[in-house]
Design a protein around this ligand. Sequence first.
Ligand SMILES: O=c1[nH]c(=O)c2[nH]c(=O)[nH]c2[nH]1
Length: 295
Amino acid sequence: MPALASARYGKDNVRVYKVQKDEATGVQTVTEMTVCALLEGAIETSYTEADNSVVVATDSIKNTIYVKAKEHPVNPPELYASFLGQHFIDRYAHILVANIKVTVHRWTRMVIDGVPHQHSFFRDGEEKRTVEARVTREGIALKSGISGLTVLKSTGSAFHGFVRDEYTTLAETWDRILSTDVDSTWQWKLFPTLAAVQDGVERFDAAWEAARNITMKTFANDESASVQNTMYKMCEQILAAVPETEVIGYSLPNKHYFEVDLSWHKGLKNTGKDAEVYAPQSGPNGLIICEVSRS
Ligand SMILES: O=c1[nH]c(=O)c2[nH]c(=O)[nH]c2[nH]1
């Protein structure tokens, strides 16, 4: 006898733009985000018995995303995600969980002739700020993050001492290129209420800045023994810098740059200490993942 083991539904890829206009100065500030809202609760019969009376239409969920963006601040995204999720469990008695994901796209203010422009912006990279909220009547669980922050260092990275056996072809190296697309998350202690999220709301921007700075500073300055060890050092520092976090996570692809032997052409030296021209690889790539919590 089959049984519905789990179910959630809602609207994904809802693109939202909000402008804030300071009438006194003429300065405008913009936020663009992509929102996903998925609901859980007493919705089984919609799957098993074609009972749509328990279904808040995904079209209505999309409408709610826009309305809540109008009614509430969209910054920081942790606050907007909490308002939105809280709405669904307050408004519908049979909805037990609202899963909200907000992805914020970069619009950085232009500086023209040394002066910040009042209303013009540019996309300075595909890095995103993210938040995942799981809102229930027990509280609001928030996981904030950064994704798509592409970084590279041209030296200061080694990898040696790994298992050597009949499957190994990789040479040990004491100097290699290290490049990755940073995906980092920090899970907050459970907020018991929406008011607890609102109280001290500046913690969210401060944590994002700390995580981003720690990631870049550690990436740049660490004499890396491996991706594993460098990411662990990042996690340790974020736990120390943001006391309200419980778990720090990283998922880092190791984007390989291979040396190219050019000795076939007039004896050109382009390997080892003479390496200058490399072949960036699009795949396969390593993928190194960890989560670090307080002991
Ligand atoms: O930092 C690294 N960690 C690995 O686990 C690994 N494996 C590999 O082939 N290269 C690397 N680099």
